[in-house]
Design a protein around this ligand. Structure first.
Ligand code: NAI
Length: 333
């Protein structure tokens, strides 16, 4: 039988954690025959909530769940970790400037990256969910010089899933009919959901939607969906974010097959995105054991002027965030 996989979830006492952990325990993250050991990392304010969730996980009597530890110690949490889901982050408080936000998150993701560097399994896979996700992933990666940067990723799968679902709803087709959607750039309102390579039951999406809808409704709808959820639900996306985290890791480990998806991965300079930035790209993954365990950026796609402008705008925001965390000394110069 397969050995248990160690999965560490930070911010486990929060709302995403509450949705995420039960799906991991039920086998949806890695597969229904892969046992998991959970490590929940929290800060004092969230510790009791995480402990309560751990009690409920026990009550789920999940056959694949081989143990749960709750800790406030990052070194213990990441010792031997195979999959690290970095969900806990510092939200923007009232009157908080961007530099303050980046600095507060640097104080979280720097030490967590260092703890991953010290103790993680050689083939660790890290997904940063906590915002600002791309730059937090950059900070964690910079603090983990012995871990290949390809192992640090940021979640744009929720944006990708929203982009697929909005197109399917507009055309009244099942989600499964849609293929080839891409989300580029930052996980922020500047992201660019790109339909120029998308197909719907094999037909180019651009033949099925008009340009005005695309520019004036679709793109802003996807990019601002997080705000819409807050307005309607009264709190931010949680179960859908957890679901996207499951999708990201599941596809990374088990492979994307003949489709691609979107993920925030370290740029090798592809598509004019400066090397070293963690930006969303179209990506594929080989099944576990078949590749080197890194996401592969889909190559050779043509980028039209409409897309170029929007990709560049979001990437410029990532460059600014990188400059800001450099200036704060959170990543090396
Ligand atoms: P939440 O506030 O309900 O939970 C966050 C938890 O993290 C809290 O329990 C808090 O105690 C904990 N935490 C804070 N600092 C920590 C640290 N240093 N170590 C361990 N735990 C720590 O927030 P929620 O709704 O669960 O969201 C979590 C993060 O995910 C937020 O940053 C949110 O903006 C982000 N997010 C990202 C999405 C994406 O698509 N990338 C989508 C939705 C949310």
């Amino acid at each position: 039988p397969p050995q248990p996989v160690t999965v560490t979830v930070t911010g486990a006492g929060g709302q995403i954690g509450y949705s995420l952990l039960f799906r991991i325990a039920s086998g949806q993250l890695l597969g229904r025959d892969v046992p998991v050991r959970l490590r929940l990392l929290e800060i004092p304010a969230g510790r009791r909530a995480a402990e309560g969730t751990a009690l409920e996980l026990q009550d789920g009597a999940f056959p694949l769940l081989h143990g749960i530890d709750v800790t406030e110690d990052a070194t213990a949490a990441f010792d031997g970790v195979d999959i690290a889901l970095l969900v806990g982050a510092r939200p923007r408080g009232p009157g908080m400037e961007r530099a303050d936000l980046l600095e507060a998150n640097g104080a979280i993701f720097g030490p967590q990256g260092a703890a991953i560097n010290a103790g993680a399994a050689d083939d660790v896979r890290v997904l940063v969910v906590g915002n600002p996700a791309n730059t937090n992933a950059l900070i964690a990666s910079a603090a983990a010089p012995d871990v290949p940067p390809e192992r640090f990723t940021a979640m744009t799968r929720l944006d990708h899933n929203r982009a697929v679902a909005q197109l399917a709803a507009h055309l009244h087709v099942p989600v499964r009919s849609v293929d080839g959607v891409i989300v580029w750039g930052n996980h922020s309102a500047s992201q660019y959901p790109d339909l120029s390579h998308a197909t719907v039951d094999g037909r180019p999406a651009t033949e099925l939607v008009d340009e005005r809808w695309l520019a004036d409704e679709y793109i802003p709808r996807v990019a601002k969906r997080g705000a819409e959820i807050i307005e309607v639900r009264g709190s931010s996306s949680a179960a859908s974010a957890a679901s996207a985290a499951i999708d990201h890791v599941h596809d990374w480990v088990n492979g994307t097959g003949d489709r691609w998806t979107s993920a925030g991965v370290v740029s090798d300079g592809s598509y004019g995105v400066p090397e070293g930035l963690i930006s969303s790209f179209p990506v594929r993954s080989a099944p576990s054991g078949a590749g080197d365990g890194a996401w592969q950026i889909v190559q050779g796609l043509t980028i039209d002027a409409f897309s170029r402008e929007r990709i560049d705008r979001s990437v410029a925001e990532l460059v600014e965030e990188r400059e800001a965390v450099r200036a704060l000394g959170l990543i090396p110069a």
